[in-house]
Write a protein that binds this ligand. Structure first.
Ligand SMILES: Nc1c(C(=O)O)ncn1[C@@H]1O[C@H](COP(=O)(O)O)[C@@H](O)[C@H]1O
Length: 163
């Protein structure tokens, strides 16, 4: 495995997913976890999808975050092609507000899991945090950074609302 490679791959079905998936990139950046963002589509770039899924582990990635909207086959197809953990982010669609994306990503047949997060930016942020938690199982300094992130988040919550 290439130890200089990014640890997390963040793939998305279209450029239009970037405003959502950027939250995953930003969150991993805060935790100093290396990541690389790519556009890959099961529908529009099937050969690229196949090459990515087959080669992801060999490229050195340890976790894949896959965001897609609508008929979101991308996370499931990647999960079919790699043994790496795949975290799916349902991107909010215009037609059905992301419910289509959610149901399309979450309902995998037994044997090929996609860890499905919430619709939209919250899902992208949490996918990054979950990816970091997975990596932190064997990375003590990342575990410390995650604990510090949580502590900062807790500290940022006021005791009382501003009226
Ligand atoms: N769900 C998929 C896949 C796929 O699953 O392979 N490829 C693109 N898309 C999604 O199509 C939506 C609309 O894309 P455009 O905005 O490019 O028309 C995006 O949310 C993308 O993730």
């Amino acid at each position: 495995m290439d130890r200089t490679a990014s640890r997390v791959a963040i793939v998305m079905g279209s450029q239009s997913d970037w405003p959502t998936m950027q939250a995953a990139v930003d969150t991993l950046g805060q935790l100093e976890v290396s990541c690389e963002a790519r556009i890959v589509s099961a529908h529009r770039t099937p050969d690229r999808l196949h090459a990515f899924g087959k080669g992801a582990a060999e490229e050195g990635f340890e976790v894949v975050i896959a965001g897609a909207g609508g008929a979101a086959h991308l996370p499931g197809m990647i999960a079919a092609l790699t043994h790496l953990p795949v975290l799916g982010v349902p991107v909010q669609s215009r037609a059905l507000s992301g419910l289509d994306s959610l149901l399309s990503i979450v309902q995998m047949p037994a044997g090929v899991p996609v860890g499905t997060l919430a619709i939209g930016e919250a899902g992208a942020t949490n996918a990054a945090l979950l990816a970091a938690s997975i990596l932190a199982l064997s990375d003590d300094s990342l575990a410390d950074r995650l604990r510090a992130f949580r502590a900062r988040q807790t500290g940022d919550v006021a005791d009382r609302p501003v009226a």
